[in-house]
Design a protein around this ligand. Structure first.
Ligand SMILES: O=C([O-])C(=O)C[C@H](O)[C@@H](O)C(=O)[O-]
Ligand SMILES: [Mg+2]
Length: 424
């Protein structure tokens, strides 16, 4: 088999980077001063370079490195071949063990998470070789712009020792309305998601009600990442039905979500109890969730995420999109995927507005009217800024972080802090 247009993989680099992040609060703790990400560059013997982006915890970096070493010689159009290589390499190096991210998500196999950035990079290469955007390779864009939501976080005024950041404290309903106002004014978002699980449910309900009053007509969601018991979840669902478009992960696990679901008409969404194909069957059987949040970083890349979209459609479930803190390569991939997924009808999550540094050149991925225009140039449509990559890599080297440790960082400031899962 030959790939005359794009050629074969000649070299792969995986560059860990660190970018600054505000102290955003969640159920397991608080974001550290830096987010770690890995930028994958796949070079071909035809002189093309494809880009991917993923997590950069040390165990994940080790797996990425092992796959990167095995890829030279691969045909850039052979995506099943890529999966084969990843499966073989991981089987040899880890015995096929799973992966854990940030204390919130666990998967039984690391193949999907490790394959994802390489698949995105190969699709970027295919698009560049063919002169077509990645969305065309996924079936074609059904929308020209992808809507995103304002992603609000309760937060400290600044990281201890670093001074106050430009967002200031986010604790009271009034402060959260001000945070939303800035996001809506700057980016035009018409959907708003509140990251909950931080304060008592009563306080978080008051915040949602304040947002509903301040932004009539905006679509609202709250996501406490499983901080509530089943009983509390049912109570909150009753109070906020008619206010929210969906309630995300109120309580942990498929069983708990199914029990809540039996007591409310509010659609329940998840990126916690259904995060891999193996979770779909039990979730559908129990009617535990009505909306699945896809995430190509977790689900094995863009084509596997499209497959998830088809499964959700088959079982009458809605589809939305999850995000973690990310850079422009991921935003481009998310935008192409959402553009080419007809049943992805909710505004996608993004942490992008929280970020002040990037590795891609500015000008392509601009938020207007709450959405990002789908790049129409070949591949992902974004260009790496090599100087920015080097600077953020240097920041990775010197920042001292080697994994996402929200709980440990919180405990270094609030000794005795306990993650809040199903606490209220
Ligand atoms: O929707 C979600 O569950 C998330 O966005 C998970 C993230 O880890 C979020 O909680 C965060 O960044 O703290
Ligand atoms: Mg969530």
């Amino acid at each position: 088999m030959s790939a005359p247009v794009a050629g074969r993989v000649s070299r792969v680099t995986v560059t860990p980077v660190a970018f600054r992040d505000p102290p955003l609060l969640n159920v397991v703790g608080v974001h550290q001063p830096y987010v770690l990400r890995a930028i994958v560059q796949v070079h071909t013997d035809e002189g093309l370079v494809g880009l991917g982006e993923t997590y950069a915890d040390q165990a994940h970096l080790d797996r990425l490195g092992a796959v990167a070493a095995a890829l030279p010689g691969a045909d850039v159009f052979d995506l099943y071949g890529l999966r084969r290589v990843v499966t073989e390499v991981l089987g040899a190096s880890t015995g096929g063990a799973g992966a854990s991210f940030g204390g919130m998500l666990e998967v039984s196999s690391a193949v999907d998470t490790v394959a994802s950035p390489f698949e995105v990079a190969l699709l970027d290469l295919q698009g560049k070789a063919l002169g077509r955007p990645v969305s065309d390779l996924l079936g074609g864009a059904v929308r020209e712009r992808v809507p995103y939501s304002a992603y609000l976080f309760y937060k400290w005024a600044g990281h201890p020792g670093y001074g106050e950041d430009t967002w200031g404290e986010g604790r009271t309903p009034e402060q959260m309305v001000a945070q939303a106002r800035r996001m809506v004014d700057e980016y035009g978002f018409t959907a708003i998601k509140l990251k909950g699980g931080v304060y008592e449910p009563r306080h978080e309900i008051e915040t949602v009600e304040a947002l509903a009053a301040a932004f009539p007509g905006h679509r609202l969601r709250i996501d406490p990442n499983g901080a509530w018991t089943v009983a509390t979840s049912i109570e909150v669902a009753g109070r906020l039905s008619g206010v929210l478009e969906y309630l995300e992960d109120p309580t942990p696990g498929i069983e708990g979500m199914a029990e809540v679901s039996r007591h409310t008409d509010l659609p329940l969404a998840t990126n916690m109890c259904v995060i891999a194909f193996e979770h779909l069957k039990p979730a559908v059987a129990a009617d535990a969730v009505q909306v699945v949040l896809s995430d190509h970083h977790l689900w094995g890349g863009l084509r596997r995420s499209a497959l998830l979209g088809g499964i959700c459609e088959t079982f009458g479930m809605g589809l939305s999109m999850h995000s973690n803190s990310h850079l422009g390569v991921s935003l481009a991939a998310m935008t192409h995927l959402a553009a080419a997924t007809p049943n992805l009808t909710y505004a996608c999550d993004t942490h992008y507005p929280w970020k002040t540094e990037d590795v891609v050149r500015p000008g392509v991925l601009e938020f207007r009217d709450g959405g990002v225009a789908v790049p129409s140039t070949p591949g992902l449509g974004v260009e790496l800024d090599e100087d920015a990559l080097a600077a953020l890599h240097e920041q990775y080297v010197t920042c001292g972080q080697r994994g996402r440790e929200d709980t440990a960082y919180m405990r270094s400031i609030v000794p005795g802090f306990t993650p809040n899962t199903a606490r209220w």
